[in-house]
Design a protein around this ligand. Structure first.
Ligand code: DX5
Ligand code: ZN
Length: 220
């Protein structure tokens, strides 16, 4: 998944035009996005509802980019196989959404998919200690999940630096992704903290020029 030290950008279609999602996904691809970030919300784990596996499957036909599915749903184990069938490449579950996190991560990997875990702003990075060898990706929420267009909570970036340190110490290989409030003003802070992948919704879709915005987020 990683390409050297290049920062990857994963535009989130949460801020895209839901009436034209196929075109929006193509705009991400032609604009140089690395992954497509798909926010799955169940109205229970977070106070918002988006879409499920049928939408992921429908969009799959319109892009070759890796599908980075962020499951903000309780008991994700019930739906892992459905997202696999729909064409997800990376399946990220929330640490706070199920008791048997380790089992679900193994389930994802048994399907041959990349397994990710996400933590909300109030969950410390240290809670992931026992899981580190099982992880391809750690998604640090830099806002409280549920909505696009919120402001980044600066303290959350300390967890990114801690996870970089934990990766080095344990010789782990996971990528670190940040999600929420990433824009031209905050991307540098996230990259300096050690983020490998930046999710950006409103910054990308509210810009006049997606390609230019994606490049600006990489801070090159
Ligand atoms: C929020 C979602 C994010 C959201 C980010 O719960 O997980 O992926 O799309 O939106 P922005 O980039 O606008 O903060
Ligand atoms: Zn997300």
């Amino acid at each position: 998944m990683a390409e050297g030290n290049r920062t990857l950008v994963a535009p989130s279609i949460l801020s895209a035009d839901f009436g034209h999602l196929a075109e929006e996904v193509k705009r991400i691809e032609s604009g140089g996005g690395d992954w497509i970030h798909l926010d799955i919300m169940d109205g229970v784990f977070v106070p918002n509802i988006t879409f499920g596996p049928p939408m992921v499957s429908a969009l799959r036909r319109h892009s070759r980019l890796p599908f980075d599915t962020h499951l903000m749903i309780i008991n994700p184990e019930k739906y892992v196989s459905k997202f696999v069938d729909a064409g997800a490449d990376i399946i990220t579950i929330h640490y706070e959404a199920t008791v048997h996190v380790h089992r679900v991560l193994s389930q994802i990997r048994e399907f041959g998919k990349k397994a990710g875990i996400s933590i909300v702003p109030s969950t410390p990075a240290a809670m992931l200690t026992e899981l580190l060898p099982e992880l391809d990706l750690i998604l640090v929420m830099t806002v409280n999940p549920g909505f696009g267009g919120q402001q980044l909570i600066p303290q959350t970036l300390q967890k990114v630096s801690q996870l970089v340190e934990m990766r080095h110490r344990g010789e782990h290989r996971y990528l670190i992704e940040v999600d929420g409030g990433i824009n031209g003003g905050t991307c540098k802070l996230a990259i300096e903290a050690g983020a490998d992948v930046l999710v950006a919704g409103s910054a990308v879709f509210e810009s006049e020029n997606i390609e230019k915005e994606i490049n600006a987020l990489r801070c090159r």
